[in-house]
Design a protein around this ligand. Structure first.
Ligand code: SAH
Length: 297
C-alpha cells in the first residue's frame, strides 16, 4: 500500500484444529482486525492482528480459548504475548492469506493481485479485503451467499454488517434493484466502497456507516451475517426495516445457538424456515409476518 499506517500488533497462537471456529468467533468478539491461519504440526497456527491491543488481551484469549478447548476435549492452546509487527510483514501475511475462493457454485471471489479469467457463465467478484471481513472463505459468508442467491430480481436489499461489501456486491450482480450496505466499522465502510466501485455496481449499491436502524426506507430482503451476540442487539430494529412478507437472512451463529436464534427471530415477528449448515456454522432464512407488532425499543 505504501502509505504509513499505525503499528500493528500480532499474537501468535497454536490451537487444535477443532478449535479453529471457536477461535474465529472469539477473535472477532475481541475486535481482532484480521487473522491468518495455517496448518502447523498437529494443529493450526493463527497469527491474529490488532491495531492497538487492549490491556490483558492475551490473558483474555487464553481464558476463553481454554474454556472452548476443555468443552471440545482439545489440548490447551499455546498463546504468545502481543508483539509489534513491521508494516511490510503485516501486508505480506495478509496478502498470502487471501486466495481465489469459490464460495458457492458459479461464483468466484478473488483479490485483485490474483489474476483470474472468468469461465462462461461464471460470476466473478474482486475483493481487496484490507482489514475488513468477507472474502468468501468463511462458512458464514458462503451460507449467506447461498441463501441470497434466491432473491428475486429487482428486490431492495439491506446488508447489515457489510464488511468488504461482498454480499451487497453479489446481490447487485444477481439482479437486486437497489442495495443499502451498512457497517458500524468505518474501516469496513471505506473498504466496501472501494470494492463496490471496483466491481462496477456503484449505481445500485450505497454504503454507509451505521446499522440497520440508520438505513432509510424498507427492504424486500435483509441479510445480517453477524455474531449472535451482535444479532440480538440489531434484531429489534429489523422488523421495521422489512416490507411485510419480506425475507431476513441471518448467519454468523454456531449450531448450538440455533434454538436461541430461532427464538430471537420468532420473538420479533419472523417465521424462520429450514437452516443451512456448513462446518460449525449456521444460517436461517425467515419471513416477516404480514401483520406485526413491533416492540417500541
Ligand atoms: N457481510 C460480510 C461481513 C460479515 S462480518 C460477510 O458476510 O462476509 C460482520 C461485519 O458486521 C463486520 O464488518 C462488523 O464491523 C459489522 N458489524 C458488527 N456489528 C454490527 C452492527 N451492530 N451493525 C452493523 N454492522 C455491524
Amino acid at each position: 500500500m505504501g502509505t504509513p499506517v499505525t503499528p500493528w500488533w500480532v499474537i501468535d497462537m497454536h490451537v487444535a484444529g477443532v478449535l479453529e471456529d471457536a477461535a474465529a468467533a472469539i477473535l472477532q468478539d475481541l475486535a481482532c482486525a484480521g487473522w491468518a491461519s495455517s496448518e502447523s504440526g498437529d494443529g493450526t497456527r493463527i497469527l491474529a492482528y490488532w491495531p492497538a491491543p487492549p490491556p490483558g488481551l492475551a490473558d483474555e484469549l487464553c481464558a476463553r480459548l481454554g474454556v472452548a478447548a476443555s468443552r471440545l476435549g482439545a489440548p490447551s492452546p499455546a498463546i504468545g504475548r502481543p508483539e509489534r509487527v513491521p508494516d511490510e510483514d503485516w501486508e505480506a501475511a495478509w496478502r498470502r492469506h487471501f486466495t481465489l475462493q469459490r464460495p458457492i457454485p458459479g461464483l468466484v471471489v478473488h483479490p485483485s493481485w490474483i489474476a483470474h479469467e472468468a469461465a462462461p457463465g461464471e460470476e466473478v467478484i474482486v475483493i481487496d479485503p484490507k482489514m475488513a471481513f468477507g472474502v468468501g472463505s468463511h462458512a458464514t459468508t458462503a451460507l449467506s451467499l447461498r441463501l441470497l442467491r434466491g432473491a428475486r430480481a429487482g428486490a431492495r436489499v439491506l446488508d447489515v454488517g457489510t464488511g468488504t461489501g461482498i454480499l451487497a456486491i453479489a446481490a447487485a450482480r444477481w439482479g437486486a434493484g437497489e442495495v443499502m450496505a451498512v457497517d458500524t466499522d468505518p474501516v469496513a465502510v471505506e473498504n466496501a466502497l472501494e470494492n463496490v466501485r471496483r466491481n462496477g455496481v456503484a449505481d445500485r449499491v450505497r454504503v454507509s456507516l451505521g446499522s440497520a436502524r440508520d438505513a432509510p426506507g424498507t427492504f424486500d430482503l435483509a441479510v445480517a451475517n453477524l455474531l449472535s451476540s451482535e444479532l440480538s442487539r440489531v434484531m429489534p430494529s429489523l422488523p421495521a426495516k422489512l416490507a411485510p412478507g419480506g425475507t431476513l437472512i441471518v448467519s454468523g451463529f454456531l449450531r448450538e445457538e440455533e434454538g436461541a436464534v430461532r427464538a430471537l427471530l420468532e420473538g420479533h415477528g419472523f417465521r424462520p424456515g429450514d437452516g443451512a449448515w456448513s462446518e460449525e456454522w449456521g444460517a436461517l432464512s425467515a419471513r416477516r409476518d404480514q401483520t406485526i407488532c413491533t416492540s417500541p425499543s
